[in-house]
Design a protein around this ligand. Structure first.
Ligand code: GLN
Ligand code: ZN
Length: 761
């Protein structure tokens, strides 16, 4: 019985690749230094898998930046603006595409399916000429072989590559990307030929787009592509790997009918429906790579349950054709639990990061051959049992309260326009009221204060004093700027999710649980392991302190339940919505405490609401329903005169605008300026919006300082489609990453634009 790993994290257990990349980009180390760190990481990963006993070990899953960009390099599909002159693509062209250079911006980046990984989107048009321009796949194969390890080279499959591309500038509306299939397949044939010559006995093609809602002509492209590759693939075994969801029935049929393929890989964690399809029919004589170990979470596998699943599959595909695998590449989980020295033993026993998952895969494969490691399985079963029954996981009161929410309706009693009237009587704001999204610049000094307090190097009093001084500075600045609704600037927060997670029960934090987000950037999601509750108020102290410094309304600032959920590792022993409802109840307590403490405007950020949207359309409605419900639960208990704001990043909202309206917030601030006012087009098309709305008037992602005229112009465009009395004036997002030298003049311009237009209205 064999074992297989779909892919492995590249960053290294202590983010070695991140530091090597950043040092190289800063000119502090050489290309050779970067290559050396990378080769060492690859070698240690291969060795680790080989020592664990994995049979099918992946290669070419390492990337200096991104595996889709690697494929663009492989195909020589460099957009002309990077002035690549042919030959093997080196660091300079590669990183220019990834990050831009002094004269050319980077290529677009977008989310990899529903993960938090981002890939570089290929730009392809009718004029692109392909050539075999990166030999990375074969080089990595040879590199492993020289270490005595035979690997399975992994390539992004040709059809997924094209389906994930975007048409080049100028042909956006007209170009059919799949028409390029005939042009890229010859390059694929060249790579396959080289890999075969180097001695590869298996090649893995990742075709994750097979889990999406595909049309018949897109499915036909798979049939066509693999038929075309069939003759070059003779003499080598081919695995077509899918992941992230179940494979819909038509795609399953197409996939399992492809010619020249030896095995198929499925995500059996998120794809339980695929299990039924396999049980219905599976081509005889083919290998099934059964992804039973979760590549996207940090939980230890329930080995006994997986073994049962695998045994049932054995009966269908045959003992010698079943391969135990991960559900996805392990890229989406943390690297190695060994480095978590601060997590307590009990919680640690419930977890498995990439390195531990490799061991689990192998243990399952061995168990199937009859060589079950009884001790390992017993320890696993004990950990599963302790997790199920632990009082740290279970809080009956929370479970009951959350269960009572299901299927019920929570909505503020008064409609939004009446509420806005009541609020206006109390707040007395001018038309086009100005505000900001929450954070103000985080200086080095501020970060130092937080770090020293955490390390207990400064006392609570010293810390409180420093933070209060910072808040006071931010309040005074906003008063000077004459902003109408103030914020306290969030100086006490390191991260908008971590800050709340640290104060809620049911959350744990890792020291090194980093996951690659894009390029060298990693995130360290909190782990939600138990029922969530709020032992104490979380923000009331700082918000009331800030309110006491000004007569103007001070926004209470919270992160919403959906965003906390979507930016965490979520427990897998109950549905996501249940965890979300629990967080919603905790935030609800906080909202009500803020109100009691005299805070009249409360912002509940849902920056990541859209991010949680499932891959397939049929599942959107269910997600949006519980996500929006969770948001409403947080503020259903407040007075009409308490104004609830929410904020969202990214302007890609047109398809979910009705859900946004259904959140029933009094005011929403939305990122807008990077998207050519795409957001406004929905209102132009007649969507009625009665609540307050503040589409961002300038881009905070750039250091550029906008002028008054430019902002006034933007506001005028908004006024053309939105009622004057509902429009707010604010930047796109928080100002945390900017410098005061940029923030002051930009906000000055923003306020003067609002004042200019008030006079004209
Ligand atoms: N209130 C947060 C801030 O201003 C919102 C951040 C976000 O939307 N990502 O920093
Ligand atoms: Zn934002």
């Amino acid at each position: 019985m064999a074992s297989h790993i779909v892919g492995y994290p590249r960053m290294g257990p202590k983010r070695e690749l991140k530091f090597a990349l950043e040092s190289f980009w800063d000119g502090k180390s050489s290309a050779e230094d970067l290559e050396k760190v990378s080769a060492d990481l690859r070698a240690s990963i291969w060795k680790q898998m080989s020592d664990a006993g994995i049979k099918y070990i992946p290669s070419n899953t390492f990337a200096y930046y991104d595996q889709v960009l690697d494929t663009t390099a492989l195909l020589g599909a460099v957009p002309p603006r990077y002035n690549w002159t042919g030959g093997e693509i080196g660091f300079s062209t590669y990183f220019s595409m990834a990050r831009g250079n002094a004269s050319v911006p980077a290529m677009e980046m977008t989310k990899w399916f529903d993960t938090n990984y981002h890939f570089i989107v290929p730009e392809l048009g009718p004029d692109v000429t392909f050539s075999y321009a990166s030999h990375k796949a074969v080089n990595e194969y040879n590199e492993a072989k020289a270490l005595g390890i035979d690997t399975v080279p992994v390539l992004v499959g040709p059809v997924s590559y094209l389906l994930l591309s975007k048409p080049a500038k100028g042909v956006e509306k007209t170009f059919n990307l799949l028409s390029l299939l005939d042009k890229i397949l010859p390059i694929y044939k060249e790579v396959i030929g080289e890999l075969k010559a180097a001695g590869a006995s298996w090649i893995q093609f990742d075709e994750p787009t097979l889990v999406l809602d595909l049309e018949a002509h897109q499915l036909e492209a798979f049939t066509k592509a693999y038929a075309e590759l069939e003759s070059s693939l003779s003499g080598v075994n081919v695995l077509v790997e899918t992941y992230f969801a179940d494979v819909p029935a038509p795609a399953y049929k197409t996939l399992t009918s492809l010619s020249g393929i030896s095995g198929f890989g499925f995500d059996l964690i998120r794809g339980s429906k695929t299990l039924d399809l396999i049980k219905g029919s599976f081509p005889s004589g083919k290998y099934l790579f059964a992804g039973v170990v979760d590549g996207r979470n940090i939980w230890a596998n329930d080995l006994a349950a997986s073994l049962t699943t695998l045994q049932s599959l054995e009966g269908i595909v045959g003992k010698d054709k079943l391969v135990v695998s991960t559900s996805t590449s392990l890229l989406h989980t943390a690297v190695d639990l060994v480095n978590e020295t601060k997590l307590d033993k009990e919680i640690k026993s419930w977890l498995a990061f990439a390195a531990q998952k490799v061991v689990e895969v192998n243990a399952l494969a061995k168990a199937l051959t009859g060589a079950k490691d009884e001790e390992f399985f017993a320890a696993n079963a004990a950990a599963q049992a302790s997790r199920k029954s632990s009082p740290r996981v279970n809080n009956e009161a929370v479970q009951k309260a959350a269960a009572a929410l299901k299927g019920s309706e929570h909505r503020r009693a008064t409609n939004v326009s009446a509420r806005l009237d009541a609020q206006q009587k109390k707040l007395n704001l001018p038309i086009l009221p100005t505000t900001t999204i929450g954070s103000f610049p985080q200086t080095i000094e501020l970060r130092r204060v937080r770090r020293e307090y955490k390390a207990k190097k400064i006392s609570e009093e010293e810390y409180t004093k420093a933070i209060k001084e910072e808040i006071n500075k931010v309040v005074k600045l906003q008063e000077e700027l004459d902003i109408d609704v103030l914020v306290h600037g969030e100086p006490e927060r390191n991260d908008m999710v971590e800050y709340f997670g640290e104060q809620l029960s049911g959350f744990a934090f890792t020291a090194n649980g980093w996951v690659q987000s894009y390029g060298s950037r990693c995130v360290k999601p909190p782990i939600i392991y138990g029922d969530v509750s709020r032992p104490n108020p979380m923000t009331v102290f700082w918000s009331t302190a800030a309110q006491s410094m000004t007569k103007r309304p001070m926004k209470g600032m919270l992160t919403g339940p959906v965003t906390i959920l979507n930016w965490s590792f979520v427990r897998n022993d109950q549905p996501r919505f249940e965890t979300c409802y629990q967080i919603a109840l905790a935030i609800k307590d906080e909202v009500e405490d803020l109100e009691k403490a005299g805070i009249t405007v409360i912002q509940i950020d849902e920056a990541a609401l859209r991010e949680g949207l499932p891959l397939r359309k049929a599942e959107h409605a269910f997600y949006l329903d519980w996500a929006v419900h969770s948001f409403r639960i947080t503020n259903v208990g407040v007075e009409d005169t308490t104004q609830i704001h929410t904020h969202m990043c990214y302007s890609n909202f047109n398809d979910i605008i009705h859900s946004i309206i259904d959140m029933d917030a009094d005011v929403i601030t939305i990122e807008n300026s990077r998207s050519d006012e795409k957001l406004l087009s929905v209102f132009r098309e007649g969507v009625k919006y009665g609540a307050g709305i503040g589409p961002g008037v300038y881009d905070i992602h750039s250091p550029r300082i906008p002028s008054t005229e430019e902002i006034a112009d933007r506001i005028n465009k908004m006024l053309a489609v939105l009622e004057t009395n509902i429009l707010w004036v604010n930047p796109d997002c928080g100002l945390k990453t900017r410098k005061y030298g940029e923030v002051k003049p930009a906000l000055e311009a923003m306020v003067s634009a609002a004042k200019l237009l008030r006079k004209e209205l």
